[in-house]
Write a protein that binds this ligand. Structure first.
Ligand code: OVM
Length: 402
């Protein structure tokens, strides 16, 4: 380990952010990290970390210094072979990144996403009708895992057979940003058939002719990207587009049920749905962390970080930093101005799929708010452990029609 002769002018901490206690409830550690200093050093993984909003935001927007091409996880692609060929979007820097990002931005254009609205709304309304009539449901398994898993794969144009592979693949991809702990080892042990189905589903002949997947292949026909890049970009949709929205919707509904005053506000004014989602993303960010790698010696808030170092950015902690959000940072308030949160990232890598995520959340929350009077937890939610994602495996609620 290169600790010898290393001069570290930052607090050195022995906490493991990827242990089960911190993954289940990261907030006490977040406060400790923010209070320890603007930059800290995590002894166990020999990485630097930032948990305050200012420094996280500044690092995300300085992609020249904090690069992505050496991986957005703990593993440094200069030193270790990646578990899969690197993403052309997430794990790339300019100028390579710019070309594919531009093409992907055109595929997920405002016009395309507007075209999804009517079908997405119909599915949301049918599901909300069913769940409210039932009188109670699980916000994770009955709502958040059902809605995106219907509308998003349809929008991509995936075959209906094998869709059960999508959630395990996402769980694997997000665990793979962390250390090789049991979460990652267990996910890798089951990975082969899942990866095979995913890759087959990225090929042109597997995709419906009118979906997002087909539009990516058309971008290759048009010369915007190459035909070798096309299936890799479909893979990005399948990696980043499923678990994130499942966690995001589940976290939002769970947080609203647990905060009856906030649920009452949304019910009175369902048009607040998009604001409620943004605040929920701030309050309980589905993607908690990403890494970057330094491309040069850099000084951050008085701390010198050498070249070639991994830096762990705590998005979820930045989103609750009282320096940015005030003394009520830990409170959910759907009327707060949550803009400026980094739950979708910031800078050139900011989530390219966010219009789709926002549309899904808006429609499912609106449908629920228009139909459900009271919404309350009937038991404590059960944490779902993942090296990157924060959420629940179960969140039972009771519901009554308005
Ligand atoms: C990708 C990707 C992008 C964002 C998140 C992510 C698994 C993956 O391009 O594959 O998480």
């Amino acid at each position: 380990m290169p600790t010898l002769n290393r001069k570290i002018d930052a607090p050195v901490l022995d906490a493991d952010p990827f242990d089960e206690t911190h993954l289940a409830d990261p907030y006490p550690l977040h406060e400790l990290l923010r209070e320890a200093g603007p930059v800290v050093f995590l002894e166990r993984y020999q990485v630097w970390a930032m948990a305050r909003h200012d420094e996280v935001h500044a690092s995300l927007t300085d992609h020249g210094t904090f690069c992505s091409s050496r991986g957005a996880g703990l593993s440094d692609f200069h030193k270790e072979k990646p578990w899969r060929p690197p993403s052309l979007l997430l794990e790339a820097d300019p100028p390579d990144h710019t070309v594919v990002r531009t093409a992907m931005g055109k595929v997920i254009s405002p016009r395309t996403v507007r075209g999804f609205r009517d079908t997405f709304r119909a599915v949301a309304e049918d599901l909300a009708d069913e769940l409210v009539a039932r009188g109670g449901f699980d916000a994770v398994t009955d709502l958040a895992e059902r809605y995106p898993l219907k509308v998003f794969p349809d929008a991509v144009g995936l075959p209906s057979e094998g869709r059960e592979n999508l959630l395990p693949y996402g769980a694997l991809a997000f665990n793979a940003f962390g250390p090789r702990n049991t979460l990652l080892e267990d996910a890798l042990a089951k990975a082969a058939p899942v990866q095979e189905w995913i890759w087959a589903s990225c090929q042109r002949d597997a995709l419906a002719p009118d979906g997002l997947g087909a539009r990516i292949w058309e971008a290759a026909d048009n010369g915007e990207i190459t035909h070798e890049q096309a299936p890799m970009l479909v893979r990005s949709l399948l990696s980043a587009g499923v678990d994130t929205t499942v966690y995001g919707i589940a976290n939002t509904v769970q947080a609203l049920a647990a905060n009856p005053d906030q649920w009452a506000r949304l019910r009175e004014k369902p048009s607040l749905a998009r604001f409620a989602f943004d605040e929920a993303l701030r309050y309980e960010s589905p993607v908690q962390t990403f890494f970057r790698t330094t491309t040069r010696d850099v000084e951050v808030s008085g701390v010198r970080i050498p070249e070639g170092e991994k830096v762990l950015l705590f998005l979820g902690a930045a989103n609750r930093d009282p320096r940015k959000w005030g003394p009520d940072a830990d409170r959910m308030d759907i009327t707060r101005r949550a803009a400026g949160h980094v739950a979708f990232g910031m800078g050139i890598h900011q989530c390219v799929g966010q219009p789709i995520a926002r549309l899904e959340a808006e429609l499912v929350l609106t449908a629920l708010a228009e139909r459900a009077g009271h919404l309350e937890p009937t038991a404590d939610p059960v944490p779902k452990l993942n090296n990157t994602l924060k959420g629940w495996s179960s969140a039972p609620v009771s519901v009554r029609a308005t």
